[in-house]
Design a binder for this molecule. Sequence first.
Ligand code: FE
Length: 342
Amino acid sequence: MYLAGVMHIKHLLSLISVSCVSLLGAKEPLLVYSHRHYESDTALFDQFTKETGIPVEVVKAKANALIERLKAEGDKTKADIFITADAGRLGLAADMGLLEAVKSPVLEQRIPAQYRDPKGFWYGFTLRARVLVVSPERVQESSLDYEDLVKPEWKGRVLSRSSSNIYSQSLMASMIAAHGAEDARAWAEGLKNNFARPPQGNDRDQIRAVAAGLADVAVVNTYYVGLLHDSPEKRDTDAVSKVKIIFPNQDNRGSHVNVSGGGVVKGSPQKEDAIKLLEFLASEEAQKSFPNGSREFPVVPGTPLPELQASWGDFKSDDLPLSKLGELNAEAVKLMNEAGWQ
Ligand code: FE
């Protein structure tokens, strides 16, 4: 009896000392749910750990799977940060109550206002433009607008991915913001009527199809041109050599841009450290590093570009606050359906 009591107390003491070590010593890892899959992101997380002593653990999956997981975990989640592409999707995650609004003078000072949520639910870290990729052999125009693609001369020459894709939805949201619902619906219908084939495949497939002569122009995100350029496969580098980028709407509102970004998960067990990681992602070091792997652009103005992105030239981007893309997402989906854009 006495012995058992001693054992019990000893066991208790050892438990207490273990929890003291974890309180005072090594930190619990920050848990990041990320849709991104770039080695340069991993290198950045390692660098953050080196500089702060805060380990980072990453769960990678498709955005919708991560959103479902966060929903299922609710306030029992161990996740601290959610990272994904597209402000429209980040806005939807915030609307579902999965993110927590955080304020940070560093983030507010570094990231331009249009590339972050005004309430602090999410912050953009990398930028991409939704551009036109054309065949220089079959397309003589050196400047084009999204609005041009519905003209009769483009009949059967246009490619885009489906309306179920968030990039299509966010572009449509930007058309609603620019022209109003009625005109945006008419544009979506005109675009659909000019498609070379029913929407299929991802952005890379649209670029390959233009290169293969199946169409003359495709609507794609800039970094896919860069990723095909970097690809070890010859069919990809060949495809890129047969197309060129036109940044649309340069004489008016500018090309539609979007971000990859992240926010603090609601119920994050380590909110302060989570904010530190977000601030690190906006640092000069991280901003310089991101575009090397992902072929996106930095969001922080004045960050030097890798040679490839610089070779695409300067462009004017639409200064629509990206929080609008989430706000207009449901309407965009409805109008695209009405227009018959599959
Ligand atoms: Fe993408």
